[in-house]
Design a protein around this ligand. Structure first.
Ligand SMILES: [Zn+2]
Length: 502
């Protein structure tokens, strides 16, 4: 098995070979903190959280950096509209962003450098570009001279004409070439500013990422990630200025994730998918979604599509995914019920138990579970195919459930076979954790009492079951009736009893 990663630079899957053996540096372009985060802002962090977990599972030491762009025109405009400062806007939105990451269990990011705290590094890099003849200053602005970089366009694979057509930013005078982009912008009255050799001003957006990524990860590092929409001009400019400043390769592998689209039904009754944007009015708030559906389900949905494909977001998608995720929850509850113990957060995989089973009548189960574990790891090795990996987890759940039924374990509860069931379910759980699933994330509609309610209901269901076992039907009926009066319905299924509020 060996990891292969699709590299935007070469437009193909390549064997992953880190710059330093055993270590991986990842830089993901973070948010421009001027508005509360929406679902689209969480896609990259959730995907790269799974990427980092997988690399750690494979034994790499991973250093992951996500920048915070807290100096930008968008922040200045927002501050002016609200009659506040750029700093206040940045601090509030950064707090929001951190809260949403925590809600979704994205807890593996090592550094969050802020542009405003790296002005000296940015200025030093611009000076080096001027010294090497790749940049020039006019009227307090500094421009990158695109004509001096023969490699310009190599990442986005655009021709010179396409580059010009794609430019969104033609501001500023004194440019030698329309493609030249700002490294340093002269201060306008009333704007935040820093001193520099070219007069007071602030950095351009692209140079912030180059300076911060190299500070934390070195001049050449392994993976640079970001949304597909950042490929041009942002990432193209990052490569150009970084490699012209150092003379070395900047990032070895460029990974771009697809964008989130929202599926809505038009008045005509037709479905359409649109990119999330304020002007379309389809911005989906992260906290609202978690409140409605739960954090784990949102994470599950974001990982159920291959990261390079766009994610179609809609209530239908969430409802379907909820059924998928419930398969696992039901299995974990079933194992808990059969063995009397919940699965621990970390426990032994199937490997040891399988060795013991291979000489028995249950060898087929052992072999199949081992093969599925391999298949999961192969999916992740194939350009982090989380969607394929989740499909394998479903196959594993099917195997464990089939093993329980085939051996009639609900009735016989044979300890050595239950041990095999536990080992199988634990393997599934451990692999899920590689994706960041099956941890304690925010449930849907969190209320202060929800955790306690869950525990009390588990207890009542257990008492009712015990009552039925001892043929105390008066008590078991009284429990059901009492709950019905409170608006709680119990449903007995082959794999256990579930409850729901009416
Ligand atoms: Zn960036």
């Amino acid at each position: 098995m060996s990891l292969r990663v699709y590299n935007t630079l070469t437009k193909q899957k390549e064997l992953f070979q880190p710059v330093k053996p055993g270590q991986v540096g990842i830089y993901l372009c973070g948010p421009t903190v001027y508005k509360p985060p929406h679902i689209g802002h969480m896609v990259g962090p959730v995907i790269f959280d799974a990427v980092k977990r997988d690399l750690q599972y494979k034994g790499f030491a991973v250093n992951w950096v996500v920048n915070i762009t807290d100096v930008d025109d968008k922040l200045i405009n927002e501050a002016n509209e609200r009659g506040t400062t750029m700093r206040e806007v940045a601090e509030r939105c950064t707090r929001d962003y951190f809260e949403c990451l925590a809600l979704l269990g994205v807890d593996t990011i090592d550094h969050f450098p802020k542009a405003s705290e790296h002005i000296p590094e940015i200025v030093a890099m611009i000076e080096s570009l001027i010294t090497r003849g790749h940049a020039y200053a006019t009227d307090g602005n500094v421009w990158f001279d695109v004509a001096t970089d023969p490699d310009y366009g190599k990442l986005s694979h655009r021709t010179a004409e396409e580059q010009e057509a794609g430019l969104r930013d033609l501001e500023g005078s004194g440019k030698r070439n329309p493609q030249d982009f700002a490294l340093w912008k002269a201060a306008k009255p009333g704007e935040p500013m820093w001193e520099s050799p070219w007069g007071p001003g602030r950095p351009g957006w692209h140079i912030e990422c180059s300076a911060m990524s190299m500070k934390f990860l070195g001049e050449t590092f392994d993976i640079h990630g970001g949304g597909m929409d950042l490929l041009f001009p942002h990432h193209e400019n990052e490569v150009a200025q970084s490699e012209c400043a150092t003379g070395h390769t900047f990032a070895k592998y460029w990974m771009h994730n697809g964008l989130t689209k929202v599926r809505t039904k038009a008045a005509s009754g037709e479905w359409k998918s649109e990119k999330i944007s304020k002007s379309v009015g389809n911005v989906i708030d992260v906290r609202d979604t978690v409140r409605q559906w739960g954090a784990e389900l949102l994470r599950y949905v974001l990982l159920s599509t291959h990261y390079r494909s766009p994610i179609d977001f809609s209530d239908d998608v969430m409802v379907a995914a909820k059924k998928g995720l419930a398969t696992f929850q039901r299995l974990f509850e079933r194992v808990h019920r059969l063995t009397g113990q919940p699965l621990p957060d970390k426990g032994d995989d199937i490997d040891r138990a399988a060795a013991g089973l291979l000489e028995t009548d249950h060898a087929a189960y052992a072999r199949s579970m081992l093969a599925l574990k391999m298949k999961f790891l192969e999916m992740m090795d194939d350009d982090f195919n989380t969607a394929g990996a989740i499909a394998v987890l479903h196959e594993m759940a099917g195997e464990v459930n089939a093993f329980i039924e085939k051996n009639d374990l609900e009735r016989t509860k044979l300890p050595e076979l239950l041990a095999a069931v536990t080992a199988g379910a634990q393997t599934l759980k451990n692999l899920g954790v590689v994706l960041g699933l099956f941890r304690k994330l925010a449930p849907a509609s969190p209320g202060q009492d929800d955790a306690l309610t869950g525990k009390l209901m588990d207890l009542l269901i257990q008492l009712r079951q015990d009552a039925r076992k001892t043929k105390n039907f008066g008590l078991s009926d009284a429990i059901r009736k009492g709950l019905t009066e409170m608006g709680v319905t119990l449903e007995d299924r082959p794999d256990g009893t579930i409850w729901r509020r009416d």
